[in-house]
Design a protein around this ligand. Sequence first.
Ligand code: GLN
Length: 485
Amino acid sequence: MSFEYLTISRVKKGLEEKQFSCQELTDYYLKRIDSFKELNSFITVTADTALAQAEKIDEKISRRSKLELLEGMPMAVKDIIMAKAVKTTAGSKILADYLAPYDAAVVSKLKERGAVILGKNNCDEFAMGSSNETSAFGPVKNPWDKQRVSGGSSGGSAAAVAADLCVAALGTDTGGSIRQPAAFCGLVGLKPTYGRVSRYGLMSMTSSLDQAGPIAKCVEDAAILLNVIAGPDENDFTSSTYEAEDYLSDLNSDIKGRTIGVPKEYFTSGMDAEVEKSIKEAIKKFEELGAVVKEVSLPHTVYSLAVYYIIMPAEVSSNLARYDGVRYGFKSQLAKNLFEVYAKSRSEGLGAEVKRRIMMGAYVLSAGYQDAYYKQAKKVQKLIQQEYQKIFSQVEVLLTPTAPTAAFKIGDKFDDPLTMYLSDIYTVSANIAGLCGLSVPGGFSKEGLPIGLQLLGAPFEEKKILQFAYNYQEATDWHLKHPNF
Ligand code: GLN
């Protein structure tokens, strides 16, 4: 029996029908992780605990034939999400040897449902990046073309799923870090509404924007994983008490007569012609499926990226103050006094992009500039939120590209932060406006690189975007193509 590209429901069926054991399956993935090390998609592989967990699951299966949804499911987790007693680096040298003291809420939930955690995925340092090139552990290679980036910051998670080194993975998304790598790797990536999923145990980058979510091979798997991780958590007071839904039921609900908005402002000059072609074809496909597609206008959305690059660094500068050489992780050996412990540990332990953002953040929060930058950005954020709220009273979902281009070459944008930041132009507004969003495979470039489509929904309307995405997925076969690497 071939284990290749199994989805969650396929694994469940296989285990329940005893077509294979959980140990065989886990072994298959661990061997693949080892064979495709050059992708650099894992920072830590937890082979021993994964195999021990698999043995337990097999023992359970021998006693009863029905399994919980994730029982025995080999999964991976972005290395900014804590897993107890496992190294959790956030892709940074400053936490290179840090053992997490507890499980993040999302990790506990995976474990409670019986998932087998294979290891921790490489990511941009503290989730700051769009290409996984800021990781202190080196860039991740895209399985569709190893010269190219896998996207960021959850690039390791996306590459691992695309290369079939695990069934699915969890990432985090502050400005696009689940959706953009999912698009670059030909996968489904779902960013839930802020508050839908607990942030307890995520190392904070931008506390007011960060959300964890699934990166998966198909829409059904993303829905299953959201079912597992969604819901309130007393350890995170920003998690919402708004009731979570069953995201899997009615996934195939008809979209006939339902409305999709296409914001005209998203068709900017930076959009690649092939991406534009894919989105136009997707519009046609949705119309064939009976959806009503209309052009809408979101005039303030063009400011989302500017607002993001004020609010995000402001919070980064505060959140990362804790990495001081005293409380956590790396401590400089060159320090001769307390000030130098702070200064040298941070200077040696943190990478260039992280430092750039800490400096920007300290600047926009500084006494003379706080009103001009930070407060102004918060006001514009409100306007953007109101604008989306109004649009979602006219259409059910919005359809846009996920990123302006397909995966770019490793090194191409690394020395040009502004161009790099533009990779998130279509994704950041979902975070700024508190929406949910997902990326679904939507075509390929001439060079054979995946192109992603983004569906955005009003706060807490994950079910809707999943339904639209599922209908589109079932009418296309982009998600069935796999990289040849
Ligand atoms: N690429 C964006 C950034 O660099 C988004 C990161 C994220 O979503 N974590 O900030």
